[in-house]
Every structure is written in C-alpha cells, then in structure tokens.
Design a protein around this ligand. Structure first.
Ligand code: NAD
Length: 501
C-alpha cells in the first residue's frame, strides 16, 4: 500500500505542532511541571515543538489515579467484555481514519520515511487493537481435576496498573502492542513514550479523549525523560512494567522492582541477531534482497534486525559483492518523499553512537561500504548515515558483539555448521536468528540449537500478531504479541470450593 502527502497534510502538522502539548492524567489535560523539552526533526534539525515535561509528582499522580480507577472496578468488572472489545475496535478505527496524520507525526519526530511509518507501523497499530478486541472474552482459566468434595478453578485476573514504557524506534507501534492487551485484560494504564518521539502517541490520546467516553484514570499519558520515568518503576501504585528499550535500562528497572513492590516486569531489550547463509541457499538473490531489506530498512534502528551476516565460504565473495552494490544504491534523504529509501537516525546521541561504532569497526575489520555520514545537499542539516558494511569481522570484535542500532552490518565467513552455530550464539543477546539453506535436516538442527527467542528459516523477519515476539538471554524476559501478551497482563488466581461429601 502506498500513500502520498499533500501540502494540506504538512499545514495540518504545522498547526497541530503549534498547539500546547500536555500530559493526560485522570482524563484531564494538564501542563507538565518540569523543564521544557524540544522535540526535534532529525532530518532537518528544526525544533518541531516544545513540551513541558511531567515531574515525578505528576508521574506519581498518574499512577495513583490509574490505581483508583483499577480499584473501582469500573473497567475490570463493571464494563462488559463486549464493551471493552467495542472500545478497542473504536481505537483501531481512530487509527485507520487518522493514519496519514499519525504516520506524518511519527516520521517527523523519528526520521523514518513517511511510507515506512504508514505501512509498517500505523496500519499495524490498528490491526493490534482489532486483534486484541477479539480476545476480551476468550482468555480464561480451567477447572482442575481435584478430589471428591472439592471444586478447583483458575481465573485470569487483571494485574492492575500497567506502566508501559516505549522506545523511540517504533513509537506508536510499541505503545499499541502494550496498551491493547493491557486494556483487553481489564488493566489500567500509564503510558510513557520516548521523549524523542511522543507525537503520534500524544495525538492518538487526543483523538481518544475527543471521540470516546472512557472512564477517567483508565488511560494516562505521561511525557517525561527516563530519569523522571524511573518513578514509575519504583511506585507502589504500579503493579506491572512492560518495558521495551535498551538492556541497561531494563536491568535498572528490574532492580527498581526488587527495591519497591516486586512489580511484575516484562522486558523487550536489545539484539545482535545473526543471519546464516549456507552455500546451498536456494534463490540466493531473493535471500540477499530480503535480509538486506530487514537489516537496513527503518535505517537499521530495529531490535530484531540481522546485524551479523554469517556467510559460508563458498558464497562469501558473491554475497558480499551483491550487498555492497545494494548499499551503494540506497538513497538517503527527506523522509517525506516517496522515493527516499533511508531516512535520518532518530537523535543526535544515536547518530554519534553509530558514527563512533563505525570508527571502532574501522580498526577491527575491513570497511567495504559506507562508513560515514551522508552529507549530500540538504542531508548535511540532518542525521543521515550511509548504509555501512564491514567484512571479515572477527567474532570477538566489538562491532560483532555490541548492539549499534543503526545501518551497520558486520559480515563474516564460516566453514562448517558448527562454526556458524558457535558464532551465532556467541554474544550476550538472543533475540532472533535466521538461517538460509535448502537442507531441511540442517535447518531443523540449526533452529533447535540457535539460542534465540525467534528463528527464521529461509525468510528472515516473519512477523504476525498470532506469533510471539521476544528474546532469550539479555534480549529480554517474556514474550509480546499473541496469547503471550494476555498471560503477561493477567494473574492466575486459583480458587478452591469445599462442598463436602
Ligand atoms: P532506552 O532504554 O534508552 O529508553 C527506552 C524508554 O525507557 C524511553 O521511553 C526512555 O525515556 C525510558 N527510560 C530510560 N531510562 C528509564 C528509567 N530509569 N526508568 C524508566 N524509563 C526509562 O532505549 P531507546 O534508546 O529508546 O531504544 C533503543 C533500544 O530499544 C535498543 O537497545 C533496542 O534494541 C531496544 N528495542 C528493543 C525492542 C524489542 O522488542 N526487543 C524493540 C525496540 C527497541
């Protein structure tokens, strides 16, 4: 699906950005009490808008109001499951009806192309709400086979107040992936988007507030930086944190849970995923096309992308040559133009981090494509990085071990399947892994032994709402999507009834 932008869309964004940006707490829009934060367009460097951030008192107030709403049962008990589903469908409709505006805001703040935002992100957000609307009355417990005189059953109760903390790479998509199952299972929500990319989420909350009649305190939105959001993970009013972001912050959140009320935590963290190409890969060109696309689309700011290509020696030179040609052909530039392939990196810190890793890579391996910022024409004003490829990257190199989160690919040759397995499993991450081979037995053996939460055979990067998403090792705890999200937003209660002989 494609769509194009008109001047009227840009005019709309300009006028929306000029309006005051507020926090949404207990059904009211309130000005943030902390410092101003400038949301910038990474493609141009211009300030899109300023937001008065929430302070820790406001964060705590949001959590307390969400808890009052939860305790009142207005959503978990007094709203029928059918009505809950209707609300989720209504949110999906709002997203579809305003997809253009939401995608534009996402692209402006994140730097991804408008078409990536529209087709990869925003339409999927609507699908997520539709998918979980179908689950409000289909996730339930069981009657257990206990002895005569007793009845034992389990029920799936809401957890309570869910603090949902999202990163900047897929802002509204990540928010939707958390809000929809949390609401479907009867929880209340405090949503915390990344300070770099809060715009589309803020606009969706405005639409929900304007068009729908939801209980006060059910859905709260706090706009703040990470240091202030720390309060959410310490608060006794919060019963669960669902976090997507860096491994370092994830670790800190676990510590805060332990030091406060032992709130439940799910974590979707970083990755350094391998894609293994065996000599017998069928339709090698299609395999390269797909793997290159998954690696470099969304300017390489994706957690599950294959940032390490492990290529068997017989096809190494051919694959590398084709990858280099593809990288050199990529057009970086204005994310709002339909023919731009790669937009701007999301923020200055990330841009610098990527360029720093490229310099590290130059001392560790052989640079064969890119390796610098793209400063052609107007790109000089923005945060553009050429698609970069390193060859013959040693297993222990930092660019083979550490997450860069940008358009930087590390390639290395291997001899045997055992070598490939050792290299693939040899990092602290375990989010995803890919295998290309025509040998079915080999594919099964590799899939079984790869230490990754998701394995893709002969097509890297398959995603579907009915399939779980999430990693092993330091890539996270628990799964999102599918029925797995429902488990993570519920508690299993076990009830015994003694009815006698
Ligand atoms: P980040 O960890 O810096 O921030 C993520 C979110 O946490 C932001 O909203 C931030 O403001 C907030 N935050 C920061 N410190 C906090 C604290 N002490 N308490 C509470 N909240 C805090 O990550 P990022 O730079 O926004 O995103 C990039 C990272 O996200 C990468 O490591 C990437 O791999 C990861 N990611 C993982 C997945 C996945 O599904 N596994 C998906 C997308 C991104």
């Amino acid at each position: 699906m494609t769509d194009t932008l008109q001047q009227t869309d840009l005019d709309w964004a300009k006028s929306w950005l000029a309006q005051d940006k507020k926090q949404y707490i207990d059904g009211e829009w309130v000005a943030g009490a902390d410092k101003d934060w400038a949301v910038k367009n990474p493609a141009t460097g211009e300030v899109l808008c300023k937001i008065a951030l929430a302070d820790t008192d406001q964060i705590e107030t949001a959590a307390a109001r969400a808890n009052e709403c939860h305790q009142s049962g207005v959503w978990s008990r007094k709203t029928t499951r059918k009505a809950r589903a209707d609300y989720l469908i209504a949110i999906a409709r709002l997203i579809r009806d305003n997809a253009k505006q939401l995608a534009l805001l996402e692209s402006l703040a994140n730097g991804k192309t408008y078409l990536e935002a529209l087709n990869d992100d925003i339409y999927t957000c609507a699908e997520i709400f539709e998918y979980y609307a179908g689950w409000t009355d289909k996730f339930y417990g069981e009657v257990s086979p206990v002895d005569e005189g007793f009845l034992n059953f389990t029920s799936k109760d809401p957890v309570g107040v869910c603090a949902l903390i999202a990163p900047w790479n897929y802002p509204l998509y990540q928010a939707s992936l958390k809000i929809a199952p949390a609401l479907a299972m009867g929880n209340t929500v405090v949503m915390k988007p990344s300070e770099y990319t809060p715009l589309a989420t803020l606009y969706l909350f405005e639409l929900i507030d304007r068009k729908m009649d939801l209980p006060k305190g059910l859905l709260n939105l706090v706009l703040c930086d990470g240091a202030t959001a720390n309060q959410l993970t310490l608060s006794a009013n919060v019963h669960k944190v669902s976090f997507t972001g860096s491994t370092g912050v994830g670790r800190h959140i676990v510590q805060n849970s332990g030091q406060s009320n032992l709130k439940a935590v799910t974590l979707e963290l970083g990755g350094k995923s391998p894609c293994i190409f065996f000599d017998d890969t069928k339709d090698l060109d299609a395999a390269i096309e797909r793997a290159f696309y998954v690696m470099f689309s969304q300017k390489g700011e994706k957690c599950s992308e294959p940032t390490r290509f492990l290529i068997q020696k017989g096809i190494y030179d051919e694959v590398l040559e084709k990858l280099i040609a593809k990288a050199e052909a990529v057009t970086c530039g204005d994310p709002l133009l339909a023919d731009t392939q790669q937009g701007a990196q999301c923020n200055e810190a990330q841009f610098k981090r990527i360029l720093d890793y490229i310099e590290i890579g130059k001392s560790e391996a052989e640079l064969v494509a890119g390796g610098h910022a793209d400063t052609t024409g107007d790109n000089a004003k923005g945060l553009f990085v050429r698609p970069t490829i390193f060859s013959n990257v040693p297993e222990t190199a930092r660019i083979a071990q550490e997450e860069i989160f940008g358009p930087v690919l590390a390639c290395a040759p291997f001899d045997t399947a055992d070598d490939a397995l050792r290299m693939a499993n040899g990092t602290s991450y375990g989010l995803a892994a890919g295998i290309y081979t025509a040998d079915v037995s080999l594919a099964h053996k590799m899939a079984d032994r790869l230490d990754a939460g998701m394995v893709f055979v002969n097509r890297y990067g398959c995603y579907g709402l009915a399939a779980p998403f999430g990693g092993f090792k330091q890539s996270g705890w628990g799964k999102e999507m599918a029925i797995h999200s429902l488990s993570s937003y519920t508690r299993t209660k076990c009830t015994w009834i003694h009815y006698g002989e």
